[in-house]
Design a protein around this ligand. Structure first.
Ligand SMILES: Cc1ncc(COP(=O)(O)O)c(C=O)c1O
Length: 403
């Protein structure tokens, strides 16, 4: 692949060549951390038969998260989707909540599942996050809150959102599924708004297989979260509130704790991967790598590129087809925007008219593979394929069926 001059374009897998990678390379292959420590913890679980229900590892992970994120309270949960639902329920939110459409569908499903109407607000194309200038006009007498998403681990414009929330008596909360370990204004993500929700899904920076948490500095809210995640039980036989099963089980907590011990190593390897991409994608016109602000201590979990099809010579989707044929499973996150997915597409068919930036960004974004399981050599190979495909875009388009 290095000798791109000598290479025939037909060697690309999309044109009949052998895929560059024999196995599929996924965007986020899970981090494991120290295997011995994980096995030690699993042995303890098996020895004690303590599998769930406020077990020692669930309590330990809550404490560790509080220490690491400088927050007072943490309720560990089974995943971030349920954690979001419990958070909005514990905050007693209803009516309408303002939310971006440029996010993973779970952010919005969590609201809809709680009978709350999601009102989509457009994003700022520079930050990919909620545009605070567009929030105020969407507020109605039914609005009870704003749910911001720190997309890619890059913080929302928190001060501006907080000002709008305060001026209008709204609760501000955050989906911080991508932002473990990141900062805003020198402070760790986790302590902003009324509450923030973390994800420890397998593909996340810190994973528990499946897992999530709500973090907050509000003692009353924290107590309600703990009740609600455990069916509303307050001691044996005494249910004092509506609840659900949102608990984190011990195996997940063991995985999560093990991951937390390697947080610096994961951040370092993500950063090295990011820098390798940066070096090897440099100078490709029409392809720009999304930058992170070092002051916000990014976790570099996502390598995001934006495609300008006219300059690149290939559309984003054509480039995706080239990469998928090579077994590089780059993803179009978060395409096509939640407002174009059901049930939102049918409920709000006009939503796209008010979301021009979301629609445009969803059409030009691409997320490339990273994580500890992707080597520098893999990344160089991925970049070389992109560069080669771009250099031969005309020939590729001519050779593709239907062109
Ligand atoms: C922004 C965002 N919010 C919420 C979720 C849901 O997290 P979980 O899978 O832990 O429910 C995800 C990803 O899974 C996500 O990317």
């Amino acid at each position: 692949m290095d000798d791109s001059k000598a290479r025939a374009v037909t060697s690309l897998a999309i044109l009949g060549g052998t895929p560059a990678f024999p196995e599929k390379i996924h965007v986020g292959r899970p981090n494991v951390g120290n295997r011995e420590r994980l096995i030690e913890r699993i042995n303890k679980i098996v020895d004690t038969r303590y599998l769930s229900n406020s077990g020692p590892f669930e309590r330990e992970i809550e404490q560790r998260i509080c220490e690491m994120l400088d927050v007072r309270y943490c309720a560990a949960m089974c995943n971030a989707t349920v954690a979001l639902e419990i958070a909005v329920r514990a905050l007693n939110l209803s009516g309408e909540i303002l939310v971006p459409s440029f996010t993973f569908v779970a952010t919005v499903h969590a609201l809809q599942w709680q009978q709350i109407t999601p009102v989509f607000c457009d994003i700022d194309p520079r930050t990919h996050n909620l545009d605070p200038r567009k929030i105020e006009r969407l507020i109605t007498p039914r609005t009870s809150g704003i749910l911001g998403v720190h997309l890619w681990g890059r913080p929302c414009p928190i001060d501006e959102l907080q000002a709008v929330a305060d001026a209008n008596g709204l609760a501000l909360l955050f989906d911080a599924a991508h932002a473990f370990g990141c900062k805003y204004g020198g402070r760790k993500i986790g302590g902003f708004g009324r509450a923030e929700v973390l994800s420890f899904h397998a593909t996340k920076f810190i994973n528990a297989g499946e897992g999530g948490a709500v973090v907050t500095n509000d003692a009353d809210l924290a107590a309600r979260l703990q009740l609600m995640k455990n069916f509303g039980f307050s001691g044996y036989d005494n249910v004092i509130s509506i609840g659900i099963n949102g608990k984190m089980n011990e195996l997940s907590a063991a995985m999560g704790l093990t991951n937390l011990e390697s947080v610096e190593e994961f951040a370092r390897s993500n950063r090295e991967n990011f820098e390798t991409y940066q070096d090897h994608l440099d100078g490709i016109r029409g392809l720009s790598l999304l930058r992170y602000d070092e002051r916000n201590s990014p976790n570099y979990q996502y390598v995001v590129v934006e495609i300008d099809a006219r300059e690149l010579g290939l559309t984003r989707d054509q480039l995706v087809s080239v990469l998928h044929a090579e077994n590089i499973l780059a993803r179009r996150y978060f395409y096509p925007g939640v407002h174009r997915m059901e049930p939102y597409r049918s409920c709000y068919p006009e939503a796209g008219l008010h979301l021009p930036e979301t629609e445009a960004l969803a059409g030009r974004i691409l997320v490339l593979p990273t994580g500890a399981a992707v080597s520098s050599t893999d990344i160089q190979k991925i970049c070389a394929i992109i560069r080669f495909a771009v250099e031969h875009s005309r020939k590729i388009l001519e050779a593709l069926p239907g062109s």
